[in-house]
Design a binder for this molecule. Structure first.
Ligand code: GLY
Length: 421
């Protein structure tokens, strides 16, 4: 009996091996784009009259859950202003000065580019114009996120002189936050740090690279390069994970190394690692300096060996307790996927990065993460974490998870030369 079964199994295997490999029809990409277009259109029309931007869904943090995730007692847990009970589960909006304001217009641009749907383009223009006042703002390093993801994509897909002017003004304002002695751009204006620089700030450099290229003025690029070098020197640990916040004294020496959004000062906050990977990959693309490529490769390898989930969507912090209850961060996964796809095109051993990015994208495009049309308050992806230690946006959609998911799909389609018919 046992022998017969073995023979049957072997015959089945042999037959399977003779079948031509089933060509991937990329149904998961089509499904992701279909959901994305519907959700974005729905949200754009629902939010239109508010003059605001969709950011996430309001959640609240349970103190017992927080003490467990953070390994701290309740007295050491910060809690930002909690949403009112009737806000829970509702869409959270933000204004143009919020650090996430550029992502929704940016998602509309990517969705338009991927589908050719003119209605998406009209909404992309409308929501990008809503950000116009930000051109006069200097209060944060996040100007790169805000303006490059919105106006930057507009300039790529529907260029005009007004867009170029907004980008240049914003690059001037971002550059005004650069300190020559420290060699970095100041991130935040709040808190007790003397001169805080967060790993996320690597993401604002693409605006400076873009404006240098557009204007032929190298000063923006020089600032970006110096910021990246200073960050490389001080943000990374021997195992290639990074601190979230490094604060500097006036003479450029390090004042403190800490976390704000990670589990603890020595942990590897998942989105922070993704920001670093993305930022150094961009720096190599723009400079071809192998110093930056080496860092991008080291971070990529570290991420792929630190993820402890089967679906490649990391827990919100690589050092959070591994458990079914521990929130995963789809935003970190989407940013990582987008960066890995670009990295795969820059190195001879790129296949491993592309394969890993594909695994992430398939997970994000599955029912576990991709919203059903008309649900999830109009966001595309579920299950991200904004700032768990601040008890804010825990296991919720985030507009930047959606943005980097679409960017990663676009990059994947381009690299694989996929024709979606
Ligand atoms: N830049 C803030 C964050 O990643 O949450």
């Amino acid at each position: 009996m046992k022998k017969e079964l073995t023979l049957v199994a072997l015959t089945t295997l042999a037959l399977a091996a003779c079948q031509p490999t089933r060509k991937d029809d990329y149904g998961w990409i089509k499904k992701g784009l279909d959901v994305a277009s519907t959700q974005l259109q729905l949200t754009a029309s629902e939010v239109e009259s508010s003059g605001m931007f969709p950011r996430s869904i309001y959640t609240s943090g349970n103190i017992y859950f927080l003490t467990w995730q953070l390994g701290r007692d309740s007295a050491n847990i910060r809690r930002v202003r909690q949403p009112a009970p009737d806000q829970l589960g509702q869409r959270r909006l933000c204004d143009a000065y919020d650090w996430t304001s550029g992502f929704f217009p940016g998602s509309l641009w990517y969705a338009y580019e991927l589908t050719g749907d003119e209605a998406l383009k009209a909404q992309a223009i409308r929501y990008t114009n809503r950000l116009n006042p930000v051109r006069h703002y200097r209060g944060t390093h996040d100007l790169g996120f805000m303006v490059n993801c919105s106006y930057g994509n507009a300039q790529r897909l529907a260029p005009n002189d007004t867009i170029a002017t907004v980008m240049r003004e914003t690059a001037n304002n971002l550059s005004s936050r650069f300190n020559d002695t420290i060699g970095a751009i100041r991130s935040w204006d709040f808190g007790t740090w003397h001169f805080p620089v967060i790993i996320d700030n690597m993401m604002n450099l693409d605006l400076l690279f873009a404006v240098s290229k557009a204007t032929g003025d190298s000063q923006y690029k020089e600032i970006a390069i110096q910021h990246a070098i200073t960050t490389l020197r001080n943000h990374f640990r021997p195992d290639h994970t990074s601190w979230h916040v490094v604060s500097y004294n006036a003479d450029g020496t390090v004042e403190r190394k800490q976390t704000y959004q990670g589990r603890d000062d020595q942990s590897a906050w998942a989105r922070g690692q993704a920001w670093g990977l993305y930022g150094y990959t961009s720096c190599y693309r723009e400079t071809r300096d192998t110093l930056f490529l080496g860092e991008a490769i080291r971070i990529a390898d570290m991420i792929m060996s630190h993820v402890r989930t089967n679906d490649a969507i990391p827990y919100w912090d690589y050092d959070a307790p591994a458990s079914i209850e521990t929130p995963r961060d789809a935003s970190a996964a989407a940013i990582t996927a987008s960066a890995l796809i670009e990295l795969s095109t820059l190195v001879p051993t790129g296949e491993q990065y592309l394969d890993y990015a594909e695994k992430i994208l398939k997970s994000l495009s599955s029912d576990d993460y991709l919203a059903r049309k008309g649900e999830n308050q109009g966001f595309i992806l579920m299950h991200s974490v904004g700032s768990l230690p601040n008890s804010s946006e825990i296991d919720t959609p985030l507009n930047y998870a959606d943005y980097y998911y679409l960017e990663a799909l676009k990059r994947f389609i381009d690299v694989k030369k996929i024709k979606l018919s």
